[in-house]
Design a protein around this ligand. Structure first.
Ligand code: NAD
Length: 295
């Protein structure tokens, strides 16, 4: 089956990124959101990002115009009727996602493939929202989508080989390297990264080294582009907490238990860069060690 039209559900941070790389790959994209303002914001963001590429001579104005013209704004689920592939990127809420997929199942063509970009909800449980689970799959992009090179492809228990092959080709055309993972909590990247971050938190709590030195050590000694605390602040401590909780519940393995200091920071409203404070203090506009809390 050849994919030509892609219906992206959710025009937020991830959905807009997926629409952008899809259009750049030459796919006809519908960018759908329940909130018209989100669609507008998503498309404006794509125009800005592509405009910057043109300004830096990484893309021609003609290429940018072609990509932008391939993206159709949508606020009607019925626009999915002609889609070959749906990629869902709405809020991380299982009931919401299932509701959307069951509505789309009644609208879409009989051979349409349904993909979800969920980070933590079991793909096999979301697949039950559609009649033919063989055409349901996980396509886990990383943020920011236009920059990050990987797409994890997640095989739910009934996903067909053909569905995997079609989706892998689409992700590769979007410029992504693909890996196929079984439907397990955290898939590959979040599972391994969470174990690493949990270990970094333990080192901090045991007083092995300061937050700054642990980050420095992992950057200089293991060549990680960001230290585990810097990265957690970047992603958001609430997201980090919820991913660890999901892995802890899924594997029943104490190594994933969210650390108590992390829990206290989240409870107190310090969620990382987005709130100005997390493991570090960003309120001056620069990353600084926190002086208002004792870790
Ligand atoms: P976001 O909050 O930026 O965007 C979500 C969008 O969904 C919003 O625009 C919202 O209006 C829309 N939406 C809500 N209800 C809807 C509905 N009923 N119909 C249509 N649209 C609806 O969220 P995000 O960061 O883009 O995350 C989206 C998904 O991608 C989540 O499942 C998340 O777990 C996953 N994900 C996120 C990241 C990340 O780093 N942000 C990375 C990988 C995967």
């Amino acid at each position: 089956m050849e994919v030509k039209k892609i219906f992206v559900v959710g025009a937020g941070f991830m959905g807009a990124g997926i629409a952008q790389v899809g259009a750049q790959a030459g796919y006809e994209i519908y960018l759908y959101d329940i909130a018209p303002a989100a669609v507008e914001k998503g498309i404006d963001g794509i125009k800005k990002l592509l405009g910057r590429k043109v300004a830096k001579d990484k893309m021609t104005q003609g290429e940018m115009d072609t990509a932008i013209n391939l993206i159709k704004p949508s606020t009607a689920l019925e626009d999915a009727a002609a889609a070959d592939l749906v990629i869902e990127a709405v809020y991380e809420n299982a009931d919401l996602k299932k509701d959307i997929f069951s509505k789309l199942d009644a609208i879409c063509k009989g051979d349409c493939i349904f993909a979800t970009n969920t980070s933590s909800i079991p793909i096999t449980s979301l697949a039950t929202a559609v009649k033919d689970q063989a055409r349901f799959i996980g396509m886990h992009f990383f943020s920011p989508v236009p920059v990050m090179r990987l797409c994890e492809i997640i095989r739910a228990i009934k996903t067909s080989d053909e569905t995997i092959a079609v989706v892998a080709e689409v992700a590769q055309k979007m410029g992504k390297t693909t890996v196929v993972a079984k439907d397990v909590p955290g898939f590959i990247v979040n599972r391994i990264n969470s174990a690493l971050r949990a270990e970094a938190y333990k080192c901090m709590e045991e007083g092995v080294a300061s937050i700054e030195d642990i980050d420095k050590a992992m950057k200089m000694g293991a060549n990680h582009p960001m230290g585990p605390f810097e990265l957690a602040d970047f992603v958001g401590l609430d997201v980090n907490y919820s991913v660890l909780s999901t892995l802890h519940a899924g594997y029943k393995d104490a190594k994933f238990a969210p650390n108590l200091t992390l829990e206290k920071l989240v409870t107190s409203g310090d969620l990382g860069r987005k709130t100005g404070k997390g493991w570090y203090d960003y309120t001056s506009g620069e990353k600084k060690p926190r002086t208002d809390v004792k870790f």
